[in-house]
Design a protein around this ligand. Structure first.
Ligand code: ARG
Length: 366
């Protein structure tokens, strides 16, 4: 703890020269850790730590704007009811009527005295996956575990569409997990429409506008904030080339290719590739039409390369994981494909704790 705290305080002072000599702050932090086993970040340290955690997210292509992350300091909150209410406010402030704002809400940290709260859902907004008796799944197969868990906790289930929003499962400090339905106003969604065709409306396709990761721990200078939901805006391929396209997700490429009259009997007709392009055009077109922020993989690739240049000019190393940075379609048509990256992890960072992954899969005992 002492060592991690010290490294962080030094980093903060180094990058924010106005703070001057770190000596007095270091002495105070060490004394607080000796007396209590932990220490409290100043609001400035928290905001800096959260922003740098984004900057250090090796899997994120969207880091150019890391320094403009808005930070909601809610460290005084640790009970489930208030956490849930603040998550709803987070979604409203982040959605901002469509002009999406990168935002993080930080709740109470883990301390020697008691654990911080937890959101069990992987994201604040996730669609249910219902397993029917025959084994087929309605909704998002990724979330079947969480859906079953919600039902064990008393959720009656939604209307049974492929896009039913799951309730939040929130656990206050030292408490049992509880369910909270998200109010409709908090869930900004985009009905999908293809610019030249009607299949997207006919099939009732839609997706939510705000990707808000809720089960990762924000680690700053040895302190764990296990409940710190954060969001940016979507890149189209996340939805069009993964969520709706992966064979173990909504698996829309086969029906779409059929619908487009493509030859699905041979891989060499490139029916998957052609269906992917149309699905992704529908995603970008629909968000644009709805006035909701979304980026495309070509733009974001260029921005990421700009980010690398900028960081290099500041004398900082940027870690990156090639397999996550490179977009899942048209990879070599983007600049980020044609180079290698160093994947060293730096701190502060967002990290996955094993127990949080187990909870998000719905495998933990409620
Ligand atoms: N890939 C995830 C999804 O499709 C979202 C991850 C975060 N994405 C982002 N643009 N901040 O839901």
């Amino acid at each position: 703890m002492h060592r991690l705290a010290e490294d962080f305080v030094r980093l903060h002072h180094r990058e924010t020269p106005a703070h001057g000599d770190p000596g007095p702050r270091l002495a105070a932090v060490h004394a607080e850790i000796d007396a209590t086993g932990t220490y409290r970040h100043t609001p400035g340290e928290l905001a800096f730590g959260a922003r740098v955690a984004w900057r250090n997210s090796n899997r994120c292509i969207g880091r150019l704007y890391w320094n403009s992350l808005r930070v909601r300091d809610r460290r005084h909150i640790s009970d489930a009811d208030t956490v849930a209410r603040e998550c709803v406010e987070h979604l409203e402030e982040a959605g901002n009527g469509g002009r999406i704002r990168p935002l993080i809400t930080v709740f109470a940290p883990d301390t020697p005295a008691r654990p911080g709260p937890r959101v069990w859902n992987e994201q604040l907004i996730r669609y249910a996956g219902y397993t029917a008796a025959g084994g087929e799944i309605v909704g998002d197969p990724r979330n079947t575990g969480l859906t079953e868990l919600a039902m064990r906790l008393g959720w009656r289930g939604g209307p049974g569409t492929p896009f039913d929003v799951l309730p939040l499962i929130v656990q206050g400090s030292d408490d049992r997990p509880r369910l909270y339905e998200l109010p409709d106003e908090a869930v900004l969604e985009v009905p999908l429409q293809h610019p030249e065709d009607t299949w997207a409306e006919e099939w009732g396709l839609r997706w939510h506008a705000v990707p808000a990761i809720a089960h990762m721990c924000l680690e700053i200078g040895g302190i764990c904030y296990p409940c710190a939901p954060f969001n940016g805006w979507y890149m189209g391929t996340e939805i069009g080339a993964r969520d709706l396209a992966d064979a173990d997700r909504y698996n829309l490429l086969p029906p779409l290719a059929e619908r487009l009259g493509l030859d699905v009997t041979s891989d060499r007709s490139l029916w998957k590739d052609r269906a992917l392009v149309e699905l992704n055009r529908a995603v970008l077109h629909s968000f644009d039409r709805a006035g909701i922020t979304i980026t495309d993989h070509h733009t974001e690739s260029e921005r990421f390369l700009t980010h690398l240049d900028r960081e290099e000019a500041k004398g900082r190393e940027v870690g990156a994981d090639w397999s996550w940075i490179v977009p899942p379609m048209s990879s070599a048509a983007t600049g980020v494909f044609h180079r290698t990256y160093d994947n060293t992890e730096l701190s502060p960072l967002f990290t996955h704790h094993d127990d949080a992954l187990v909870r998000a899969r719905g495998e933990a005992a409620p």
